[in-house]
Design a protein around this ligand. Structure first.
Ligand SMILES: [Fe+2]
Length: 512
């Protein structure tokens, strides 16, 4: 079955079930009292001849169905070489559908490799903002790449100031590592409140995406360049694992229904290529993107297929319970195999793993006792060992792991076997802090510094908000960490706080 067929079937099925002839009514010249493109535009998952272009028709985004009447509005899309749209190279029509919350996903093809383009949408008289998109370099090209890395934007904890600065970085690409939204119900006494209760149904999730996507800084960052997006837990439920919810109260059926709702709304609101799946609850989002011959991005999913966290989750003294059972996996057997085999087959100069939780263990107990997070790779030590062994064998010192989740910056050297300092470093891990989650952030405490001092593979750490930017060439990888001093009030400037280098084929990360 083709990817496209799956969606067509979903659309047909929903329409048949609903039995509403109105849903089949194409509206060629829709009229809108409000801007139907209030949620902005985005592009993503680029390849050398195209990319996905995204928008959603939602004239009143915070109302049910985005304020749409249940029709099928026709949306015209255009891709041009210039911002004035005098040289249009591609255009077409897309019919938005209520079953997919009027989202628009255009897979534009037939563009030139390694080129910037401009795109926009029109429905009736209404025109969208203009977005910038670029194709990747052609297969053999070693064109340099500059990309930003972001994660974790809890709307209630802070403003999206860091997204605004990211929009000015002149990146070719942004990778987003998840926690793009948070599922919690609205609370008082926060920077700004989520609308409604904790989100569970697909309409709840849609409303939450709409609330986030109304933010101008986020729209600006999307409009700047294509994104490569994966999800973490909060796109569904905090610390969920496969079919286990955070509180372990839900049945597997309830969790699957919630996953289906969260995954569908994620797909509807992200510029991603349509994955193939049996149902929304099984949306398979792991995928690769090549940047010419320079880099291959592996966008991983450490949530959907993982075994339940060992020892009731949380931070635990290890060994405990099932913790180091070799049968346990954070990626699931199929994804592990896909990645380990793929690392051996790829000829790309750099292998880049875009994923959620920290690979290097943070041992929070002083002395020989080991106390680590059950939710990170440290909770799946044998799974981690298998991946690091594969990297050691197939792509040593040209593999870089991009990590989110933890709301703090970390620079980590990765060894196959963390209790074996005699083993060589085989990969670099750059952990990016949050955009907003955790509020303004904090300084390192003295007890925390003492713990870090026992972990020499952690080269640097910081608890402020921000993102990082990578400049990649054939010979070297540079990572610059950018931080904002506050997010609980507007106007924070951005600073580069530290810069790091990985030399292709050389073990270790060095400070610049
Ligand atoms: Fe987070």
């Amino acid at each position: 079955m083709q990817r496209r067929d799956f969606l067509v079937d979903v659309v047909r099925l929903s329409a048949l079930c609903a039995g509403l002839p109105n849903e089949w009514r194409l509206t060629w010249r829709p009229q809108y009292a409000d801007n139907p493109f209030a949620l902005g535009v985005a592009s993503g998952d680029p390849w050398s001849a195209g990319a996905v272009l995204w928008t959603r028709v939602a004239p009143r985004p915070l109302e049910p169905h985005g304020g749409m009447p249940g029709n099928r509005p026709v949306v015209v899309w255009e891709v041009a070489e210039d911002e004035a749209f005098t040289k249009i190279v591609k255009q077409g029509r897309y019919t938005a559908a209520p079953e997919l919350s009027y989202s628009v996903h255009v897979e534009v093809d037939g563009l030139q490799p390694d080129r910037w383009y401009f795109y926009r949408f029109q429905s009736g008289e209404a025109k969208s903002a203009i977005g910038r998109v670029r194709t990747t370099p052609a297969d053999g090209a070693n064109t340099p790449l500059r990309f930003g890395v972001a994660s974790c934007a809890n709307y209630e904890n802070g403003l999206f100031t860091a997204y605004g600065h990211l929009a000015n970085e002149r990146c070719d690409l942004v990778t987003h590592l998840g926690d793009y939204i948070y599922e919690y119900g609205g609370r008082d006494q926060v920077v700004r409140s989520h609308l409604g209760r904790e989100i569970i149904t697909v309409d709840d999730y849609r409303l939450r995406y709409a609330q986030y996507k109304l933010e101008a800084e986020l729209q600006a960052a999307h409009a700047m360049c294509p994104w490569l997006v994966t999800w973490d837990d909060h796109e569904v439920d905090n610390n969920y694992a496969n079919e286990f919810g955070e509180n372990r109260m839900e049945s597997a059926e309830q969790m699957r229904a919630r996953r289906a709702a969260g995954y569908q709304a994620w797909w509807e609101h992200q510029p991603v290529r349509v994955p193939r799946a049996r149902s929304w609850a099984d949306l398979d989002i792991r995928r690769t993107t090549n940047w010419g011959a320079l880099a291959r991005f592996w966008m991983l999913d450490t949530r959907q297929y993982r075994d339940d966290q060992a020892c009731d989750d949380g931070n635990r003294t290890v060994p405990c319970g099932d913790w180091d059972n070799p049968a346990r996996s954070i990626l699931g057997a199929q994804q592990e195999q896909w990645l380990t085999e793929g690392l051996g087959q790829s000829r790309s100069r750099w292998q880049v793993l875009g994923q959620q939780v920290m690979v290097a263990p943070y041992d929070e107990a002083l002395g020989p006792e080991q106390r680590v997070s059950m939710d990170q790779w440290s909770g799946y030590p044998r799974s981690r060992e298998r991946i690091l062994n594969a990297i050691a064998e197939r792509a040593p010192n040209r593999t870089v792991v991009l990590t989110g989740d933890i709301h703090s910056n970390w620079v980590n050297e990765l060894r196959a076997g963390f209790d074996r300092p005699d083993r060589p470093v085989v990969a670099a891990e750059f952990v990016g802090t949050s955009i907003a989650s955790g509020g303004d952030g904090q300084e390192q405490t003295e007890p925390f510094k003492a713990r870090l001092a026992e972990l020499p593979y952690i080269k640097w750490q910081s608890g402020r908000r921000g993102y990082y930017v990578c400049d990649v060439t054939e010979r070297e990888w540079r990572t610059d960490y950018r931080e904002v001093p506050f997010v609980t009030r507007p106007g924070a400037p951005v600073h580069t706080v530290t810069r790091w280098r990985v030399e292709h084929g050389r073990a270790g990360i060095t400070a610049l």
